[in-house]
Ligand binder design. Sequence first.
Ligand SMILES: O=P(O)(O)OC[C@H]1O[C@H](OP(=O)(O)OP(=O)(O)O)[C@H](O)[C@@H]1O
Ligand SMILES: Nc1nc2[nH]cnc2c(=O)[nH]1
Ligand SMILES: [Mg+2]
Length: 178
Amino acid sequence: MDKDIEKVLFTEEEIAEKVRELGRILSKEYEGKNPLVICVLRGGAPFMTDLVRRMDIPLEMDFMAVSSYGASTQSSGVVRIMKDLDTSVEGRHVIIVEDIIDSGLTLSYLIDIIRRRNAASVKVVTLLDKPARRTVDLKPDYCGFEIPDAFVVGYGLDYAEKYRNLPYIGILKPEVYS
Ligand SMILES: O=P(O)(O)OC[C@H]1O[C@H](OP(=O)(O)OP(=O)(O)O)[C@H](O)[C@@H]1O
Ligand SMILES: Nc1nc2[nH]cnc2c(=O)[nH]1
Ligand SMILES: [Mg+2]
């Protein structure tokens, strides 16, 4: 285990099992719809790339980068598009894939943009959800795990750009933040 991690919340195996389960559910739900699966970079990348390999239906992938946290553990409240989609979402069934929903600001902004671009449908799948932290009214359509209010890292989730490559999800030791 990484020396900066205080506690592992979800092991590599637990994550893999959950991703398989979500892949099965989405494959049934989107059969015959050729969904456009959108990864919210950078945090959503490991989850999205694992998830699509558990979906055994035709689908397309695209990537979007937004950022509201910078190098902080608090959302700035201002969501910026750093990289837009390359695909038109008009008439498409869109699945937005996120690593985590915290305040909900990032996703409510993204959902709004994609709806305004006339997608046929927009749904959200998140690996982690921290409902206690929500500042806007937003519920994921599919969620891996609900977690308590703690800052987590690993499997895409960073602190100051580190730890995204950990294969598990854990809580950092408090001294790491200082
Ligand atoms: O619900 P919210 O309060 O908006 O927080 C969730 C968002 O914050 C993180 O991304 P971040 O903006 O830190 O960028 P990153 O994905 O590149 O790490 C995370 O990956 C989500 O996208
Ligand atoms: N790494 C990380 N990024 C976040 N963005 C919003 N919440 C979190 C969190 O708990 N951990
Ligand atoms: Mg993100």
